[in-house]
Write a protein that binds this ligand. Sequence first.
Ligand SMILES: [Ca+2]
Ligand SMILES: [Ca+2]
Length: 721
Amino acid sequence: MKLRKLVLVLLTLTLILVLAGCKKGQKTTTTKGPDTTTTQPQQSTTTTGQQQTTTTRPTPSQPTVIRVAIWWQAGDDPTYRDPATGEYPDAMPIALREARLQALETVKEQLNVEIQFVQYQDVFQEVLQSVLANDPIAEIVGMWGGSQGTVIGQNVFQDITEFRHLFGDEAFWMLGSMDMFGKTMGFSFQPNAGFEYWPLVYNITMLQNCDELVAKYSDDDGNVIIPAQLWAEDRWDWATFKDYLSLIKACYTDKGRTNPDRGRLIHAYEEDYRFAINSLAASNGEYVVRKDGTLGIDSEGFIAAIEFVQDLYNSGIMWTETYDDGFTPGWLWNTYNFNRGEAVFTSAAGWLIGSAVDALKERGEELGIVPWPKGPQVKQNPELYNYHTVYTGGNSFAIPKGVPKDKVELAIKAWVMYMSETFKNLGHENTMKYIESENAATAAKYFSITHEVYGESLKKAYNDWVNAMDFDAREMMNIGSVDEVFAKIVAQKLDARTTIAANKAKYEQILNEMRQVLQGSEIVDNQPPVVKVKDGKELVFKVGTNLQSDVDFAEYLEAYDIGQDKGFSIADVEFDFNAIDNSKPNNNSKLKAKAVDNKGNEKTYEFTVIFYEESDEDAPIIELKSDVTTPIKFKLDYNLGVVNWTDYVNVYDKIVDADGNVLKDNEGKDLTFDLAGRLQANIESVDVTTPGQYTVVLTVIDYAGNETSFDLTIEIVLPEE
Ligand SMILES: [Ca+2]
Ligand SMILES: [Ca+2]
C-alpha cells in the first residue's frame, strides 16, 4: 500500500513536470513563429563550353507540413496507393481523387503548405497518448460520428473559437457541429448531404389507395394530396399529421388489411419511437442538449413531443416492433417492415433509403419524404423556437492541444482551401453550389421530383429537411442513452413529466462533468491500460506447465497504461487462471488478465493459451484451400512482401496426446492447432519484374518442432489492359 502511494506521488510529480513541459514547449514555439526555415537562394550551375555561368534565384522555403489524421486512408487520402500493387485504390472515385490532388497542389502553391494524411489505429488511445507527450499525432484529427464523445471527454482538443473567422463564406458549413458550452471544439468533415438522421418517409402508392384519405385530402382532380404538398402549403403540423395518419389507419389497420408477403397487418405508422421523439421535439424547437449546453428534455416543448408520440401510440396510429424487453424498438425492424409494405409511414434509417426505394419500386410503388410536422410551439412562436432537423454532428475534425497557434491558423486555412478547391475542381462555382447540386442529386435519385403534380413538392421537402439540420450535442456529450428512457415512457405508458424528472439528474450530471472537464485545462485519462502478447511471442506451453508458478508473464506479455498511469506494468495485472487446463493438449484454455489504472479505468483481457504434447512427432500440414487453384496469379511488379499466404493455404497441426493419438471433438472430427501465424514464405526465387511461373516455398514448424514445407506455384502476369 505504501509503495502504491509512493508511486502515486511520483506519478503526480511526473505529470506536473510533463504538463509544465507542455506549457513551456507551447510558449517557446509560439514565440518562434510558424516557420523557422530560412529561405536559401538556390544555386544552379550551368556549364556551357568554356564559359561557366552561375545564376542565383530565390526559391520558396520548404513547405510546412500539416498532418490530417483519419481512420480510413484509402477513402480520404487522394495520395494513398495500395501497398501491394502501388495503384490507387477503388475506394475513391477517380474524378474526386483528381479534384483532391489538384486541390493539394493549390494549397501548396498558395500557402506553401503540404497536407499529409496519416491513418491512426485507435483514436481513443492515440490522441490522448500523443497530447500527453506534447507531440500530437496530427495538426487536425478526424473522428467518425459517435466516436467524438470519448475523445472530447479527454479534454485533448483546443477551443478554436478565435479562429472561426478563418472559415469564411466558403467553409461556413464546417462550423456548428462541435459547438459546446460556448466553445468551438471542432468542425465538420463534409457538408450535410444524403440522410444524416432518420427522415420521415411514406409510401405514396398506399396513400393513393386509401379512400378515406382521398375523401378528405384530395385536389380538384381527385388526386390524394401527399404530405410533401401539405408541407409546401404550410399545412403540415402535428394536428394534421395525426388526422392524416388516423385516416390511413381507418383504411388499412381497422379493416384488417395485410401485406401480401407475410400476411401481416398494415400499420399507418411503424416507428422506432426513440427517433420520433427526438425528431418531433426538434420540430417543436427543442433540443436534448441546447446550444448553451443545458439539458432540454424536461422543457414544456419536449414533454409535449413525448406526449404527442404517446398519443399516437396509445390510439393505435403508431405501432412498433420491440426486442424481447418489450420496450426497445428493434432498431431497423420498422424500416424493414416499411420496405415490405407493412407500414405506410416510418422514419427510415438513412442508409436504408436506397433499399426502400428499390423494394417499393419492385412492387410498382413510390417513396415520399416530408419534413417532420411543425409542433405547436414552433407554429405559435417561430422567433423563439427554432424548427429544425436533428443533427448529431456526423464526422468531424478537431485540433489537438500542443499544436501552436500559428500552426492552428495555417492548418485551418489550408484545410478550408483544400475543401473548397476540391469542390471547384469538381466543376462547381463555389461550395454553396456544390451543396445545392449534391442535394438536388439526392432528391432526384430517391424521389419522383419530375412528377407533374407533386414532383416539386418532394424536391422542396427533401431540401427543407436537409437544410434544417441543426446540431444537438447529445451524442458528443455521451447522453444518447436518454433514448431508452423515451422508449420506456412510450411502451410502458408512463407519465412523461414525472419519468423525465426522475431521470433528469443522471443526464445533468454527465453534462456537468463534461462542462467541468472542458472548462478546466487538465487532460483526462479515460482509457484503461493495455495488456498484449509481446511481438514474436506466443502463449504456448508444454502439457503440465503450471502457469501460476512456472511462468514469468513479463517474458510473454507487455502492459502499459493509455494515459497517465506511467508506472503501470505487468506486475499490476491481476491474472485469473480458472479457465486454464494444463492436463492435456488443447487450444481452448483462457488466461484472463484484469488491468486497472490509478484513475480506476478497467479492462479485462482474455488470451488463448496453447498446451501441446512435447512427444508429438507428426509433421504439421500445409494444404491448398479448396477454392484455390494454382498457379496463383499476381500482376507484374506486385509487392509479394504484403501477401498474406494463408489466404491460399490452410496451415495446421493435428493435436496429439502422449501416445501419439489424434484428439477428436464431440463429433469425431480431428482437433487441430491453427498454425497460420507460424507460416513462413520464401519468395527469393520470384522475379516480379519478369512474367512467368515461380515457386514460393512455404514452411511451418509445429509446437514440438516438426517442420513441413510446401511448394506453391505462382505466376507473374502482365496487366490485362
Ligand atoms: Ca489510463
Ligand atoms: Ca505435430
